[in-house]
Unconditional design. Structure first.
Length: 103
């Protein structure tokens, strides 16, 4: 059985328009959605190849998307060893703002 992932309204109402429309980075939005879905299932260690397969993007597009998301503080990327996949955790910076509903 597949677990349902709840997505904050901010992701659908604001972040999609911001990443896709303003930043012209639809790949970043797809990668972010994939990361949020996997984080719900407790999985944060995904290789670029796994993210590429999940989203239908190339590995290079995934790398660029992760770099963009990190620059926007939408993901935290940590790597224990150079040869291991990075641990990528989605961040939700809007949840700390007053007046923003998350649900």
């Amino acid at each position: 059985m597949i677990a349902k992932a709840e997505i904050d309204r901010y992701v659908l109402d604001t972040l999609m328009r911001d990443l896709v429309g303003h930043d012209h980075r639809p790949s970043a939005y797809l990668v972010y959605l994939a990361l949020v879905a996997d984080a719900v299932n407790g999985r944060t260690m995904l290789s670029h190849a796994e993210l590429a397969e999940r989203t239908g993007l190339s590995k290079r597009a995934v790398q660029d998307a992760l770099r963009h998301l990190a620059g926007r503080d939408l993901v935290a990327i940590t790597r224990t060893r150079r040869t291991e996949p990075a641990v990528v955790e989605p961040r939700f910076p809007w949840r700390g703002r007053r007046g923003t509903s998350a649900g």
